[in-house]
Design a protein around this ligand. Structure first.
Ligand code: ZN
Length: 299
């Protein structure tokens, strides 16, 4: 099944639901960054969460950045997701592997750590991005993003994200977000019912492994609540906006002395994009041109 995002509503518009399947893009991230099992799960959950959050934005070009810093051995995680269905991301220490946790699952919480913060930045593409910070609950990502939605955006939300990764790579990844909108948020019984239904699921990836589609998962959770599934299906993909021009721009910022040094010592420069792992090579001639540009600009 291709990576996709499907939206639905229920309870006469009082409930908003979004689901994503991110199996292929999580596998692409795993291969690009040589991620360990636990790093694949942590980054995959973060990228799915980013796509779920970005889906509620209205302005074309909007993006959501999720930055997790929990003090664990994995270091920080950064996921950058767009309303357009593109996502990219990385972890600081992709090689870290931990033994399974007490439930026999990948120990994402142990790798990420729970002594730190989740930073969410919503950027509509112009002006000042809106950012907000919450303390981590468990470092398992799903709990932390749900906590952010409830405390920072004051929207009762149930969020479930998961990644299944084995020797053959990522075989299932994705998530679901169900939110009770302001018109229905005062209905505590409804909020509790939804929370208990989502909590009653064994996880998101087992549903995918059973062969369930996103509409079937919505049906299972909200089928008796006047469910409406939007027919439009949005494609999702791993995509990084980096380019050689941007790399040259960043090199230029280093200034003439540093550039001259690179020409003399290394006969050029090599730069790797954190987000996608792409390696860019700038030749001595290109660096010389940057110095000439700097001199022209300073005249
Ligand atoms: Zn890149």
């Amino acid at each position: 099944m291709v990576d996709q995002l499907v939206r639905a509503t229920a309870a006469d518009g009082g409930i908003r639901a979004v689901g994503v399947i991110t199996t292929r893009l999580t596998e692409e991230a795993r291969q690009r960054h040589n991620l360990s099992y636990v790093a694949t799960a942590a980054l995959g959950r973060s990228m799915s969460s980013g796509l779920l959050l970005a889906s509620s934005m209205k302005q074309e070009g909007s993006r959501v950045n999720i930055h997790v810093k929990g003090g664990g051995p994995l270091g920080g995680i950064l996921a950058d997701a767009g309303l357009d269905g593109t996502v990219r991301g990385y972890v600081d220490n992709p090689e870290i592997e931990l033994p399974p946790n007490s439930k026999g699952k990948l120990d994402v919480g142990g790798a990420v750590g729970d002594r730190g913060y989740l930073y969410v930045v919503r950027d509509v593409g112009y002006g000042h991005p809106y950012s907000s910070t919450v303390e981590l609950v468990s470092g398992e990502i799903g709990d932390d993003v749900a906590h952010y939605l409830v405390t920072s955006e004051q929207t009762p939300s149930a969020l479930l994200v998961g990644v299944f990764v084995g020797a053959e790579g990522v075989t299932a990844a994705g998530g679901i977000l169900i939110q009770v909108l302001p018109k229905a948020a005062t209905d505590e019984a409804l909020v509790e019912l939804l929370e208990s239904r989502v909590a009653g699921l064994a996880g998101f990836t087992p549903l995918l492994q059973e062969g369930k589609t996103l509409p079937e998962i919505f049906e299972q959770l909200l089928g008796d609540m006047n469910l409406f599934i939007f027919p439009e299906v949005q494609d999702l993909r791993f995509h990084c906006a980096c380019s050689f021009d941007r790399v040259l721009g960043a090199l230029k910022m280093l200034g003439e002395d540093e550039l001259q040094d690179m020409i003399e010592k290394d006969d050029g420069a090599e730069a790797t994009c954190h987000f996608c792992g792409r390696v860019y090579q700038a030749s001595s001639d290109e660096l010389t041109q940057l110095i000439a540009d700097l001199r022209t600009e300073s005249v």
